[in-house]
Structure formats: structure tokens, C-alpha cells
Design a protein around this ligand. Structure first.
Ligand code: HMG
Length: 398
């Protein structure tokens, strides 16, 4: 049985900031954000854009653009770490808004940025078990990354959702289920306790934890682990673009260690490897920022839109969720996937966002916090939103 992606779509906010503007406002050299972190812009959520709103819009696009009827969905899982309720899942609002069948399994998964990858694994197992009865799984990775104003993590925020339909009739990529590496380890690298609206992080330690988890997943995937030269593209969780570069360097060094002798041109080879296998697929991430659960899949979208893949080439995926859990896995393109490039491409939506000044952004962040406290919502007309979604009311308008 072949299991894989039959649809993938992205939705982000209607507003963004330029990181060069943020750098100027914080009296930091802009190159620190643009070259040091590799980021250009950051999507900013303005109420009523919350995780529910992002998830619904991404899912709606996935079903409509790939011509999948709501009745075909038998499983709905939303991976998120920025849900709207401690108890009620984002999934149930999506279920209502999309008119999914009442016998559809629905729930939310959480393990920081690993939540959506965990849901994809569950969907694969559900399809293989035979309980799907010709139905498909809708998996949504939806998040708003929120750190304190003026903190070191501030330039690594972002907001967006990636919706994916997983089925046994995939049209885009299929999962190579023979190779998998897993790693779980309790660390305090990034967390958001119940009282906090913003995530807390030990930033440099989190980078170490991420890289350590990558090494462990590669080791766990041995002996089937393919050599780097056999991988057409290497995709990683992308909290910021430079992190994917660090990850590829670790992957490269791991691969070099599998050889008996190291070449003297290793560094040159690393740059070449990064420039061809990873960097070309990071453009959307550089313009949206960290979308936690969806970051890895946003990079996959860029590969599907801009790569010239041939069927069965190998692509690696590394998912990392702070706290921590990680997985290394492989996928392969399916013949004819190119015909869906225009359905996947989010370029127009990214270009259509409205740029905010830093003072507008700061006001939005403060209003967002107040609004959550008071359980009240800002009038969407204030921000020119065309698709208000009121999940606290009785109706969803999308
Ligand atoms: P920082 O400490 O302010 O930055 O915050 P820095 O001093 O480490 O500088 C960053 C880079 O810019 C460095 O490059 C500098 O050299 C360079 P590197 O040495 O790393 O290659 N730099 C410059 N480059 C050019 N021109 C200049 C200049 N100045 C400096 N003038 C940090 C950085 C990432 C720590 C912070 O933004 C942060 O805490 N972010 C949040 C945590 C995070 O994203 N961690 C990533 C791994 S954990 C993860 O991915 C999980 C996560 O997504 C959550 C989840 O799972 O849910 C976060």
C-alpha cells in the first residue's frame, strides 16, 4: 500500500513586518536578522486571526484546490502548540466550518513543533490498518509563534498553517516507511507554562538540543540511512533559516563520519551540498517566520513548487519539537506531481500581505494580549480582513 500526500495548502496572516524595520527599531544591525538568522519578514497575526482561523483557511484551500469533498475525510488532526483552549481542540472548530462527516475522528496533537509530524504518523497507521474504509486524513499544522517584545527570540516569530490530505491515492509524494529514526528526551530548551502567553526559551541551548536530536535520529535510522549523495533534497524543521543550515551541516558531518577518510575539501563540499539540497527551499520560511508545527512542511511546499523532481527521488524530512521529540523520515515524489504546482504555490498570498510599521506591530501585540485576557475580540474591520471567523459565536464565516 502506498501512503502519501494528496493535497497540501498554506494559509498565513494578512499582515507582516520587515525584519530590517524591526532591527532598526531595536538598534540592532539588520544583517544580524537577515544574514545571521537568515530571515527577511515575519507574518503577524491580527485578531480575529488565531490558530482556528489559520487552520480553517489552510484546510479549505487544500480541499477546494485538490478537489476533495468533505465527505471523503475520515480523520482530522490539528497539530498545534498555540491552541485556543486548554480542553477544546482546534480540530472541532475546523470540523464544523468545513462540514466534515460526524463519524470523522477528530483531535489535536501537541509536542511543540513535532505535533503535526506525530499526526501524520498516526494518519499513516490509520490508513494501513484498514479502518479508513477508503477515506482520507486531513492533517493541519497551525501555529502562531509568540515571544516577548524586545527579547532575543522576537525576530523568530511567525504565523501560518499548512493543511495536508494523507491518503492511499497520493498525487504529490509518498512516504518511504522503511526508514525512520526517532528520538525523545526531556529537556528545558523551549516551553510555555500554563500562565504564559509567550513562549520562554533558552535559545542557544535549544539549538544544541535540536542538533543533538538530529544526530540521534540519524543513528536510530541506521543501517538503512541513505548517504547524503543519494538524497535529492534535505528538509529540516525551520525555526529560522540559519537553523536549517546548522542542521544540514550536522547531517553533512554525520555523513562524512560514515566514510573512513575525510576529504580536505569538506567545507567546500558542505556549502555546495547546502546550496543545492536545502537552501533553495527556504524562501517561504524566510518570509513567513517560524510557524512551529508547519515550518518543515512550508519548506516541502517550496520544494514541490520550485524543484524539478523526478519520481522516486529521495527527500529527507527532519522534524524537531522542543521539549523534545524528533523524527527523521523519507519521502519520494510521485510522477505527475508537477501539475499541482499552481495549486500549492503561496507566492501570490505572500505578496498580497500588508506591511505593518513596527509601532503598529507593537500595538497589535499588546492588544492581542489584552484581548485574550478579556476574552474579547477586536473588530476585524479595523484590519481590513475579508474572511472574519468567529469561533466563539454560533457561526463561522470563511
Ligand atoms: P541571539 O542570541 O540574539 O543571536 O538570538 P546570536 O547572538 O546567537 O546571533 C545569531 C546569529 O547572527 C549568529 O550566527 C551570529 O554570529 C549572527 P551563528 O553564529 O549562529 O551562525 N550575527 C550576525 N550576522 C551578520 N551580521 C551581524 C551579526 N550579528 C550577529 N551584524 C536565537 C538567536 C536563535 C538564540 C534567538 O532568536 C532565540 O532564542 N530564538 C528562539 C529559539 C529557537 O528558535 N531555537 C531554535 C532551535 S529549537 C526549535 O527549533 C524549536 C522551536 O521551533 C519551538 C518548538 O519546537 O515548538 C523554537
Amino acid at each position: 500500500m502506498i501512503i502519501g500526500l494528496e493535497a497540501i495548502s498554506f494559509h498565513t496572516t494578512q499582515h507582516y513586518i520587515e525584519l530590517s524595520d524591526l532591527a532598526e527599531a531595536r538598534s540592532i544591525a539588520p544583517e544580524k536578522f537577515t544574514r545571521g538568522l537568515g530571515q527577511q519578514q515575519m507574518s503577524i497575526a491580527c485578531l480575529p486571526e488565531d490558530t482556528v482561523h489559520l487552520a480553517i483557511n489552510a484546510a479549505k484551500k487544500a480541499l477546494e484546490r485538490f478537489n476533495i469533498a468533505p465527505e471523503e475525510i475520515g480523520m482530522l488532526v490539528v497539530g498545534t502548540e498555540s491552541g485556543v483552549d486548554h480542553s477544546k481542540p482546534v480540530a472541532v472548530y475546523v470540523h464544523q466550518a468545513l462540514g466534515l462527516p460526524s463519524n470523522c475522528i477528530s483531535y489535536e496533537t501537541k509536542h511543540a513543533c513535532f505535533g503535526a509530524m506525530a499526526a501524520i504518523s498516526a494518519a499513516g497507521d490509520w490508513l494501513i490498518s484498514g479502518r479508513a474504509n477508503n477515506r482520507k486524513a486531513l492533517i493541519i499544522a497551525a501555529d502562531i509563534a509568540n515571544y516577548a517584545l524586545h527579547s532575543a527570540a522576537e525576530p523568530t516569530q511567525g504565523a501560518g498553517a499548512v493543511a495536508m490530505v494523507i491518503s492511499d491515492h497520493p498525487t504529490l509524494v509518498h512516504f518511504d516507511r522503511n526508514v525512520a529514526g526517532h528520538f525523545t528526551h526531556n529537556v528545558m530548551d523551549f516551553w510555555r507554562p500554563l500562565y504564559a502567553k509567550e513562549a520562554l526559551t533558552d535559545g542557544h541551548y535549544s539549538i544544541e538540543c535540536y542538533l543533538d536530536a538530529l544526530t540521534h535520529t540519524l543513528t536510530d535510522a541506521k543501517p538503512e540511512l541513505p548517504r547524503l549523495s543519494d538524497l535529492q533534497a534535505c528538509l529540516y524543521h525551520v525555526p529560522f533559516v540559519k537553523m536549517a543550515s546548522k542542521a544540514h551541516q550536522r547531517h553533512f558531518e554525520y555523513d562524512q563520519d560514515l566514510k573512513l577518510e575525510k576529504a580536505s575539501t569538506d567545507w567546500l563540499n558542505f556549502e555546495q551540498s547546502y546550496q543545492t539540497k536545502t537552501l533553495p527551499w527556504l524562501d517561504y520560511n524566510a518570509r513567513v517566520g517560524n510557524i512551529y508545527t508547519g515550518s518543515l512542511f512550508l519548506s516541502l511546499m517550496a520544494l514541490l513548487v520550485n524543484g524539478n523532481l523526478t519520481p522516486d527521488q529521495l527527500i529527507s524530512l527532519f522534524s524537531y519539537g522542543s521539549g523534545s521529540a524528533a523524527a527523521f523520515s523519507l519521502i519520494r515524489p510521485i510522477a505527475g506531481y508537477e501539475q499541482f504546482k499552481s495549486c500549492i504555490d503561496p507566492s501570490l498570498e505572500l505578496a498580497g500581505r500588508t506591511r505593518l510599521s513596527i509601532s503598529q506591530y507593537e500595538e497589535i501585540m499588546q492588544q492581542r494580549d489584552q484581548s485574550i485576557t478579556e476574552n474579547d475580540r477586536i473588530d476585524p474591520a479595523d484590519w481590513g480582513l475579508t474572511t472574519p471567523y468567529l469561533y466563539n459565536g454560533n457561526q463561522a464565516h470563511i
